[in-house]
Design a protein around this ligand. Structure first.
Ligand SMILES: *Cc1c(COP(=O)(O)O)cnc(C)c1O
Length: 455
């Protein structure tokens, strides 16, 4: 064993490998040395475990491979052919060209983030998206933070700490990714008062729970599940009316931030922000990167008196949004104001895509792969905490029907492409859904499919 340790090449010996030497012009010497040391450490562990030692050249191979993965970004572009339009694990909403351009402009140079061009004095970052949001939602005031989870936490902390918040038992839910209404409530210091039952809550349940410790009535949109059968939920209109009558603020956590009528596309009705504001809720909370189709953000719209309290709260500083996403969000909101969201916002382009068009793309895709592939009817999902159970008819490319091993290999190979192609596996069949892929990405899909060889 000791003899084998002694045969371990020196750091200088590995560094003298021509291929590593040629990287001296790219990397500082210290980085190359530490990469070589790490590789030699792992070689030592290898020898200690009784394996055959590598040659100096093989050790250099290892160094070069680590150098390669260092250069390759961990966060990479992928093609989402899963058919889930708002796929949280795949980064939710892709952005419009206009939003991307605005984000590029904001990041390339300086901007008037907190500078008034009029007075030449300090300005506020809040003003940039606020007027667009007010116009769109009909609210008096609006505020943008990091994400919707932050928005809700800020709202409850600033306005309900050490007081009570009344929530229907059917809405004390987990949204996913650790966002649980009871936990957020505890974190904010507000006391959760659950009323009604899992399946049925009536307006009288809320009314009876109101007392002088009540800070708010909260509606949480059950965005990722559906209760069916014998159920009753109190609508936001009725809840807002009760709030008004009892002089208690009403908070509406909408989740998705929907501004177009989903029913028009054959989907279930998703609560819309302007309707909620029109009902008179005090504050509405929603995400920037769900159905709104913009960058990650949390938006709070509602009564100015309350928004101003949130603005002044110390947590606001910890939750504030950056200039880049603020620019992207504003550009996205503008699409809605101009009435062009369905054509410009990728999420809505995908939702609105006609099945005939999806079918012709699926046929092209199916022809590109050497394996037997057929185009079959199926369903796409909106996902991402909106429209629970809401699906859209689509056409799927079904490959390798029932051939488990082959399907696994195909799925793995497509993930290893330069731009990974992600599909889904159902009943040992590999499925690709063109709906969640933008038509301008089709060429990448075709290339990936053409490159696959089953053996
Ligand atoms: C998604 C969602 C959240 C969390 O929003 P993020 O923007 O992901 O932080 C909160 N509440 C509801 C109802 C949601 O659907």
């Amino acid at each position: 064993m000791t003899g084998e340790f002694r045969s371990l090449p020196s750091v200088d010996r590995v560094l003298s490998d021509e291929r590593i030497k040629s990287r001296e012009s790219v990397y500082p010497h210290e980085l190359l040395v530490s990469l070589v040391r790490e590789q030699l450490d792992s070689e030592r562990r290898r020898i200690a475990s009784g394996k055959k030692p590598h040659t100096a050249e093989e050790i250099a191979d290892g160094v070069l491979a680590n150098m390669g993965s260092l250069e390759k970004p961990s966060l990479r572009r992928v093609i989402n052919a899963t058919g889930v339009i708002l796929h949280t694990n795949l980064g939710r909403a892709p952005l419009s060209s206009e939003a991307i351009a605005a984000m590029e402009t904001a990041s390339r140079g300086y901007c008037n983030l907190e500078f008034s061009l009029e007075s030449g004095k300090r300005g506020s970052r809040d003003v940039h998206a606020e007027s667009l949001l007010c116009r769109l939602t009909g609210a008096e005031a609006a505020l943008v933070v990091n994400n919707n989870a932050a928005a809700v936490l800020l709202g409850l902390t600033a306005l309900a700490k050490r007081k009570e918040v009344i929530v229907s038992r059917g809405q004390a839910v987990e949204i996913g990714g650790g966002f649980r209404v009871p936990d957020v409530m505890r974190q904010s210091g507000a006391k959760l008062i659950e009323v009604g039952t899992t399946n049925c809550t009536y307006i009288a349940d809320y009314e009876q729970a109101i007392n002088d410790r009540t800070a708010a009535l909260l509606r949480v949109h059950s965005s990722n599940f559906k209760v069916v059968g014998f159920t009753n939920e109190v609508g936001i209109e009725e809840l807002a009316a009760l709030g008004k009558k009892s002089n208690v603020p009403v908070f509406d956590d909408l989740g998705s931030g929907c501004f177009l009528d989903t029913a028009k596309f054959g989907l279930a009705v998703e609560p819309m922000v302007p309707q909620s504001i029109a009902c008179g809720v005090t504050l509405a909370f929603f995400s920037g990167d769900k159905l709104l189709g913009g960058p990650q953000a949390g938006i709070i719209a509602g009564k100015k008196e309350y928004i101003d309290k949130l603005r002044r709260h110390p947590l606001m500083r910890a939750m504030r949004i950056d200039k880049v996403r603020l620019a992207g969000l504003s550009a996205t909101l503008l699409h809605y104001l101009k009435g062009e969201a369905e054509k410009k916002v990728p999420v809505w382009r995908m939702i609105a895509a006609p099945v005939a068009l999806i079918e012709s793309r699926a046929n092209q895709w199916a022809k590109a792969i050497v394996m037997q592939a057929e185009v079959v009817p199926g369903e796409s999902m909106v996902g991402g905490g909106s429209l629970p159970g809401g699906t859209l008819p689509t056409r799927l490319v079904a490959i390798g029907k029932g051939e488990q091993t082959l399907v696994q290999r195909l799925s793995q190979q497509l993930r290893r492409q330069e731009v990974p192609l992600i599909g889904r596996i159902e009943n040992d069949t590999f499925l690709l859904d063109p709906r969640s892929v933008l038509p301008e990405e089709d060429e990448i899909v075709l290339q990936a499919l053409r490159a696959f060889s089953p053996d």
